[in-house]
Ligand binder design. Structure first.
Ligand SMILES: [Zn+2]
Length: 292
């Protein structure tokens, strides 16, 4: 009888404990013990800029921009995104386990595919103030290290970008074209060829980075297609896949990607996909179509 009581008590305790566990709230802050600042954010919960701006150097003429990127500070507060109108329920981050396995690394964000409202990411420093999602950050650092060993001092000029940041860059570009005499409608179309409208920039995923060699800045002040003539580009093109990165906007795929050729923009997709994509000269859209 006593034994039964003990058994019942044990079962009851187990039941209470397990119920408690299932109610565990979604983790919103990383308990990562790494020395890198690590925060989970959603596109809706955008960051307050850290006052120390990055050393972004250039270009009005592309997704890349001369205005310093804002990077999250660890004491960030949530600022409503100007592009989303989600309810609190949909904007709270869902547990990662509910996403398909490749939800992040193979996520497609392009002019026709907005970043999902429930997309979450955990940022980690790659270089200076530039941060990427933890799935890509370590590989990016390894890639930079390998490039350095090969004699190339690669410098990031863009990585994770908030929706607000994209909105700012896009608006600026639209206004530039309006200044050239374009109608507002035409200005928006033209601007979108160079700067992804908010919500459609791959930089929102934390899986993309823009980088050129330090040497390049000795010759150019903007990001230009001429970067493809540098040895560092050749090295990157040849070795990026070993670290899970692809050249995301190839010259001959502009109709499919919707983005002009960008020899500086690399995207993390994981080693397996990257090697297949680079070996077969595909773009991400084509790869995703193939593995459907
Ligand atoms: Zn880019």
């Amino acid at each position: 009888m006593i034994f039964r009581k003990i058994l019942l008590l044990t079962l009851l305790t187990a039941l209470i404990l397990s119920t408690g566990c299932s109610k565990e709230p979604t983790v919103s802050e990383s308990s990562s013990e790494s020395s890198f600042a690590s925060i989970i954010i959603t596109p809706e919960k955008s960051e307050v800029s850290s006052e120390s701006s990055s050393s972004e150097t250039s270009s009005d003429s592309s997704e890349h921009s001369s205005v310093p990127e804002k990077t999250p500070s660890s004491g960030e507060s949530s600022v409503p995104s100007i592009t989303t109108s989600s309810t609190p329920e949909t904007s709270s981050s869902a547990p990662e386990e509910t996403f398909p396995k490749d939800y992040r690394t193979l996520i497609l964000v392009n002019p026709w595919n907005h970043i999902p409202e429930d997309y979450t990411l955990e940022l980690e420093t790659v270089q200076g103030n530039y941060k990427m999602d933890i799935k890509a950050a370590e590989s990016a650092r390894n890639l930079l290290e390998a490039a350095a060993e090969a004699g190339f001092n690669m410098q990031l000029c863009s990585a994770y970008r908030t929706i607000e940041r994209s909105a700012y860059l896009y608006e600026r570009k639209v206004n530039q074209y309006i200044g050239y005499g374009y109608s507002e409608e035409d200005a928006k179309v033209e601007a979108a060829r160079w700067v992804a409208p908010p919500g459609t920039s791959e930089h929102h995923t934390g899986l993309a980075m823009d980088l050129v060699s330090a040497e390049y800045w000795g010759y150019y002040s903007d990001l230009e297609h001429a970067y493809e003539e540098f040895d560092s580009f050749e090295w990157m093109y040849e070795h990026c896949a070993e670290f899970g990165f692809i050249l995301r906007y190839p010259k001959d795929k502009q109709d499919i990607t919707g983005i002009t050729y960008e020899p500086w923009h690399y995207r993390y997709v994981g080693v397996e996909a990257a090697e297949y994509i680079m070996e077969n000269g595909l773009c991400l859209e084509e790869y995703l179509e193939e593995i459907k």
